[in-house]
Design a protein around this ligand. Structure first.
Ligand code: LLP
Length: 413
């Protein structure tokens, strides 16, 4: 559910006419719907009802400071994966005791930084990492709060590039080694073991893999109790899918209902880390058609946005709907919607039926709020796009379009 809708023939974001934003800000541009974002935030934040919980927005999904500030104000926490994300999260107003830190490769400097700031928990992904955290905390004369990330070997049935909880993936500690790892951690003088964690993948559209993973975690929590190791948190990760096209992922409330028995059986406070479900359908990428190129084989609609702006189609063959910003009566054509970048994988859609656009028309690449701008790059020396937030009938640039000078910042000139 989102608030990108046509009024007469013109696409609107909340009450804002998308054409007006493109005229004023230029293209390509990311446009976010404030109302959609808040709606998703409320749904996710309240889904666990009275069950003690902490909702942590996974900020790798979209780290724009305005979006972070908005979510921090709503009282949720944040899931981070780097020192840079910690810096942005703190500046946006997330209190340290609502920050959880995952990632297979934390540097010593990042670990020290997070310890100094007093985050809620490190989600530790390996025993060597645990040793390093113990050592650094020891030198600082403190104890580091940690949860162990367990790899539950559950198939999330999503794209292989975004599966993380299979035994062939690099993430977490295998469930077979969970018990001995917890015992080992519990004996470390500068480690305080407070949680258990799993994150099995992203864009998951059924509840079964989540339930399987939560049950495996609950089983481990039970064994730990018997060994005298009492935890405080069970972090069930993120991964809740969104409708990009024809998917019908569970609503947050259905998802919670499914995992709740496993969560409740532990008596622990539950942490969950959705990302995509917050912002995916709250954002679009607006691009302008440069050329319509006909070859003997195909029609290419060439736009001023490319894979450097939104890499998901190139990287995961991801499907994003393409909507005309102004509806016309043009006959439909089947075309590849592509960017200007010198790569054959630079596309937004392949063999897609769309109303025949003309040079200068605006197109909206839908559901682009998650892993859109946050994965953008300067490839082909393209300044990164502007980001804009629409709220009621007004809009604000929340990140300026990069300029050519930005492309040489820090380089010897
Ligand atoms: N927690 C952890 C530890 C994660 O690694 C992730 C995402 C999340 C939470 C949030 O997952 P979500 O709720 O957004 O599914 N770039 C890919 C997705 C990569 C996911 C990385 N980890 C894409 O565009 O589909």
């Amino acid at each position: 559910m989102h608030y990108f809708q046509y009024r007469d023939r013109a696409l609107h974001c909340d009450e804002v006419d998308v054409r007006e934003v493109a005229e004023e800000v230029g293209t390509p541009l990311y446009l976010y719907s404030h109302r959609t974002l808040l709606r998703h935030c409320t749904n996710l934040h309240t889904a666990f009802g009275d069950t003690p919980h902490l909702t942590c927005y996974s900020m790798k999904v979209n780290g724009n400071s305005t979006i972070l500030r908005l979510l921090a104000k709503e009282g949720i926490g944040v899931d981070i994966v780097s020192g840079g994300e910690l810096y942005k999260a703190l500046r946006a107003g997330f209190p340290p005791d609502r920050i959880v830190y995952a990632g297979v490769g934390k540097t010593d400097a990042e670990i020290r930084y997070a310890l100094e700031e007093g985050i809620l928990s490190f989600n530790v992904e390996s025993l060597p990492e645990l040793e390093v955290i113990n050592g650094i905390a020891g030198r600082m004369g403190i104890r580091a709060p940690v949860g162990l990330r367990i790899n539950p070997d559950v198939d999330p049935k999503t794209h292989p590039y975004i599966s993380t909880g299979l035994k062939s993936n690099k993430f977490g500690i295998s469930s077979a080694r969970a018990l001995e790892s917890f015992k080992w951690a519990a004996e470390m003088p500068h480690i305080e073991v407070i949680g258990i964690d799993a994150h099995i993948g992203s864009q998951i559209t059924t509840v079964a893999p989540f339930v399987e993973s939560a049950e495996k975690l609950a089983g481990i929590v039970g064994s730990l109790k018997r060994e005298g190791i009492a935890l405080r948190y069970m972090d069930i990760g993120g991964g809740l899918g969104i409708p990009y096209h024809e998917e019908t992922p569970p609503e947050p409330s259905e998802w919670v209902e499914a995992v709740l028995p496993a969560v409740n059986s532990t008596g622990l406070k539950v942490i969950f880390e959705p990302g995509r479900a917050f912002v995916g359908n709250a954002g679009i990428l607006v691009v302008r058609v440069l050329f319509v190129k006909e070859t003997e084989h195909k029609t290419f609609v060439i736009t001023d946005g490319g894979m450097n702006d939104l890499i998901r189609p190139s990287l995961y063959n991801a499907y994003h709907e393409i909507w005309p910003v102004e509806r016309t009566h043009a006959d439909p054509i089947v075309a590849d919607v592509v960017g200007p970048i010198c790569e054959s994988t630079d596309f937004f859609a392949k063999d897609r039926e769309i109303p025949r656009p003309e040079r200068g028309d605006l197109l909206a690449v839908m559901s682009a709020g998650a892993y859109g701008f946050s994965m953008a790059s300067n490839y082909n020396a393209r300044p990164r796009a502007a980001e804009v937030m629409a709220r009621e009938d007004r809009f604000t640039v929340i990140r300026e379009r990069e300029q050519y000078e930005d492309l040489i910042r820090g380089e010897e000139s």
